[in-house]
Design a protein around this ligand. Structure first.
Ligand SMILES: Cc1ncc(COP(=O)(O)O)c(C=O)c1O
Length: 385
């Protein structure tokens, strides 16, 4: 009998994608896959109009005022690099957190190494949350921005962005939110939450393909151009166009990705973010309850799942997490993410910095049977060790 493949790594990328998303995207691309904004012929104009319409859809989705400030990039990492590198000047200071992914930590570290900025990382509490007051305490007169991930990709904890936004608003410091793990399951409301920039990725809960993501900016947050090239306008000028969105986009857009992202957003809106999250929380609660009954399996920040997104990280005492991941895959056909999840400070601060963690992340197509199979497999692994 062929073994069932169980995918519990949706925090890395959602899989499978809804077939309708990809089918509709390919059909549109087959019909008008020309370079948007690069020609005067009807189809190029039509493709540009479609892209403009999708910028509008994304601005509405993120509660942002201006479709022209929706910037397409390769993924959240690319968007974060654009905004972090494009907003700082020599002597600036950044406040971020110890929950961050390397897509924030590394740009900050490289800027510091080059002597351009200094930064402080705010710790999280024992339940996995960053406190707005702790953020406020780190803000200096030269703080250029605060950068916070909306949802920790290791703990699943949803950070109090609205309260952090209030703190930043009072101090006049722009707030940059990494929405890689939240967009598509937890609403992001830029204007009401006083968020200046949101970096998003298309291939996770937005249900689009990989290779598309970007940045949404508020009107009052100026970001410098850090890469240069063709934009399809002002071609005679030696300088990169300074009007948004082209100011931060260089080269031919990923049209297939943009259309796929748009279809993914439609899928999410049709299903409802609250409904998707409620289902994922139900599955993660089932998983948490099952795993917490096992001797030798330690769960992190999962006692109360009300402020959580649908992912869970555990350690099997006495085992390296990579080994647990390998056994889950090889012996049980279960795909998870084991190791440090590109956010090594979280593991270090919670005391599993040597062994790493095993992350389970259900998605829209995960079933209760999948969860029960994961609990059984972990019971065997922890029991036989
Ligand atoms: C919190 C967080 N930020 C940023 C990223 C980067 O996303 P991407 O790899 O799509 O750029 C991830 C991806 O795992 C993430 O979980």
């Amino acid at each position: 009998m062929e073994r069932r493949f169980i995918y519990l790594d949706n925090a890395a990328t959602t899989f499978p994608k809804p077939p309708s998303v990809l089918e509709k995207a390919v059909a549109t691309y087959l019909a008008m896959g020309v370079s948007p904004g690069r020609g005067g012929y009807d189809m190029a104009v039509e493709a540009e109009e479609l892209v403009t319409q999708i910028r509008g859809k994304l601005a509405r989705f993120f509660g942002a005022p201006d479709p022209d400030r929706v910037i397409f990039a390769a993924n959240a990492t690319d968007g974060l690099n654009l905004v972090i590198q494009g907003c700082v000047s020599p002597g600036d200071h950044i406040v971020s957190t110890r929950l961050e992914h390397n897509s924030v930590l590394r740009p900050l570290h490289h800027l510091k190494q080059r002597g351009i900025i200094d930064y402080d990382l705010v710790p999280f509490d024992g339940r996995g949350f960053v406190h707005p007051v702790a953020v406020a305490e780190k803000i200096r007169t030269n703080t250029r921005a605060v950068v916070v991930s909306h949802v920790s990709n290791v703990l699943g904890t949803i950070q109090p962005i609205e309260e952090i936004g209030r703190v930043c608003g009072e101090r006049g410091v722009p707030l940059i939110v990494d929405a890689a793990q939240s967009a598509g399951v937890i609403p992001v409301k830029m204007t009401p939450w006083q968020v200046s920039a949101v970096a998003f990725t298309g291939h996770k809960s937005l249900m689009g393909p990989s290779g598309i993501g970007g940045l949404v900016l508020n009107r009052d947050f100026e970001v410098r151009t850090t890469r240069y090239g063709g934009t399809g306008i002002d071609s005679e000028s030696p300088f990169h166009t300074q009007t948004y969105p082209h100011r931060l986009e260089a080269g031919t857009l990923n049209l297939l990705g943009i259309i796929g992202l748009s279809e993914g957003v439609d899928f999410v809106l049709a299903e409802g973010q609250d409904a998707i999250r409620a289902r994922e929380i139900e599955l993660v609660t089932r998983l948490r309850d099952g795993l917490s009954r096992l001797d030798g399996v330690k769960l992190y920040c999962a006692e109360d799942l009300t402020g959580h997104a649908g992912l869970l990280t555990v350690v099997v005492e006495g085992m390296n997490s990579q080994d647990v991941g390998t056994i889950l895959d090889a012996d049980f056909g279960i795909a998870v993410r084991a190791g440090f999840h590109c956010a090594p400070l979280v593991h270090a601060d919670l005391g599993f910095g040597k062994v790493g963690g095993v992350r389970f992340s259900p998605g829209p197509f995960t079933t209760r049977d999948d969860i029960d199979a994961a609990i059984d497999a972990m019971s065997t692994i922890a029991g036989s060790h």
